[in-house]
Design a protein around this ligand. Structure first.
Ligand SMILES: Cc1cc2nc3c(=O)[nH]c(=O)nc-3n(C[C@H](O)[C@H](O)[C@H](O)COP(=O)(O)O)c2cc1C
Length: 209
């Protein structure tokens, strides 16, 4: 059985969220192609991630700490669950708006937790090596203004490049993206329709990374 893990980084829900609206079509198409597949969801807008405090850093890097044994055990338990779920997936769908030119902080925080030595990357002789090779990633992205390749704002789009670096660090080299530009600009209904068509095609596996 194959597992798709969708990681949602907007707190808006239902029709209020442009990104969720488009992503839903990806998931429906994916389910049609993988009738026995499993879809798991990490809804970052509606959960509390554990803090990246000194105890968590000690657990993450297996380094010394002044934290109590109980605190370290608590942090380890929740980190093991999060990273275990991430590692167990065969493919990923990132559902994220652009926030101030990049990833919403919750999604960055999630990556800070799941990018874990010995779990998702290893320290090799020549530096870090990703351990999640062979998995595929998809992203549905929306943004209020236009940062498309032909727009004068393109250089300020730090979202996809950052996402590619984070995933590539873990060995996930394949990332396909559907981006809907200008959700706060006129003409958005047509661009949403186009985004939904593209997300459906991506969910059906018709879009190459
Ligand atoms: C805190 C915050 C920061 C944002 N920063 C940007 C930005 O830098 N560039 C942009 O084009 N839109 C920005 N937006 C707009 C969102 O990217 C846009 O409205 C998006 O479609 C929201 O997706 P959602 O409806 O799924 O939440 C921002 C929105 C919020 C709430």
């Amino acid at each position: 059985m194959t597992t798709l893990l969708q990681i949602i980084a907007t707190p808006r829900t239902g029709e209020a969220s442009r990104t969720r609206q488009v992503a839903r079509h990806f998931v429906d198409a994916w389910r049609a192609v993988h009738p026995t597949g499993d879809v798991e969801t990490v809804d970052l807008g509606h959960m509390e991630l554990p803090p990246m405090d000194a105890a968590m850093i000690a657990v993450l890097f297996d380094s010394p700490s002044h934290a109590s044994k109980e605190q370290l055990a608590r942090r380890r338990k929740v980190l093991d669950e999060l990273v275990g779920q991430f590692k167990a997936a065969d493919s990923y769908l990132f559902v994220t708006p652009m926030w101030n030119f990049g990833l919403p902080a919750t999604l960055k925080h999630y990556f800070d937790l799941v990018i874990r030595p010995g779990w998702t990357f290893a320290l090799g002789e020549h530096g870090p090596v990703g351990l999640l090779g062979g998995r595929t990633a998809h992203a549905v992205i929306t943004r209020g203004f236009d940062y498309g390749p032909a727009s004068p704002n393109a250089a300020h789009n730090h979202l996809e490049p950052h996402l590619r670096s984070l995933l590539g660090f873990m060995g996930i080299e394949e990332l396909s993206v559907v981006a809907v530009e200008g959700t706060m600009l006129p003409g958005i209904d047509d661009r949403m329709e186009e985004g939904i068509r593209a997300a459906t095609a991506m969910g059906l596996g018709l879009v190459a990374a």
